[in-house]
Design a protein around this ligand. Sequence first.
Ligand code: SIN
Ligand code: FE2
Length: 226
Amino acid sequence: MKDLFDTPDSLDAPRDVVARDAFSREVMAENAVLLRGKALAFETDVLAALNAIIARAPFRRMITPGGFIMSVAMTNCGAAGWITDRTGYRYGRLDPDSGLPWPALPDCFVDLAGAAAREAGYPDFVPDACLINRYEPGARLSLHQDKNERDLSEPIVSVSLGLPATFQFGGLTRTAPVGRYVLRHGDVAVWGGRSRLCYHGVTALKDGEHEKLGRMRLNLTFRRAL
Ligand code: SIN
Ligand code: FE2
């Protein structure tokens, strides 16, 4: 299979990482932070591992319990994967498309999630599930809570790759005020504690071309699901 992310690094490619406040930390809410550029040190390994995962468990657009086809395409790796169909939202140990277990969590994924969680104040976080979202131009994810995980004392670690997106981070009710944050390639959001059940979403992806990933955004969401 042709690699999805095999764009070679050009020596004179423009880099905006230094110009913007790379590696800064922003507080979105109590117990919710943005770690700018935190994933960049893991980038090469993470993109290679993603190619291998996608070859075994391709992206697919799932159906919500209400019968809508999601605009975001998804796949998973880890002991369990987040799935939705007409019967509901849940975690499953098998990929429903192949009937096989989801691909294992690569070491570099566990290392990245652990390093980000540690920096955000969750030193013991060990993910067992990673939902991988693919946004193409126009794809969006409406405000929702992550609440299918068994132990809500464990945080969520969310890694952005590819095209920039506007992330909405609100409060504990759907109607609470919502903050908007542009998430770029390499940014990591971590939320837990008093923010663990905050509503969040992603507005429709603007078209563009990312140097490494092309016309898409990927998001890796690490959870302790089981
Ligand atoms: C999610 O809430 O599952 C994904 C968030 C994102 O794509 O940044
Ligand atoms: Fe979510």
